[in-house]
Design a protein around this ligand. Structure first.
Ligand SMILES: [Zn+2]
Length: 64
C-alpha cells in the first residue's frame, strides 16, 4: 500500500484522536478528511433513549 490515496478511495483507516482508535476517515481528492465514525448519527443510542423515556413514563403512570 502506498502513502498516496487514489481518487477512487472514499475512506481510509486512520487513527482518530477523538475516538482514540483506528476509524474510517473520509478521503476527498486524495486527501484524508474527517473521521466518519463520530460524524455518524448515533441511531442506536437514540432508539435506546426513546425506549428509556417510555419506560420512565410507564413508571410515572404507576406512581400516580
Ligand atoms: Zn473519530
Amino acid at each position: 500500500m502506498s502513502e498516496h490515496y487514489t481518487r477512487n478511495t472514499e475512506s481510509v483507516l486512520a487513527w482518530c484522536n477523538r475516538c482514540s482508535r483506528l476509524t474510517m476517515h473520509a478521503v476527498s481528492a486524495g486527501r484524508r478528511g474527517h473521521c466518519t465514525e463520530h460524524e455518524r448519527p448515533p441511531a442506536t443510542r437514540k432508539k435506546e433513549s426513546a425506549r428509556e423515556r417510555r419506560a420512565r413514563e410507564k413508571r410515572q403512570l404507576k406512581l400516580f
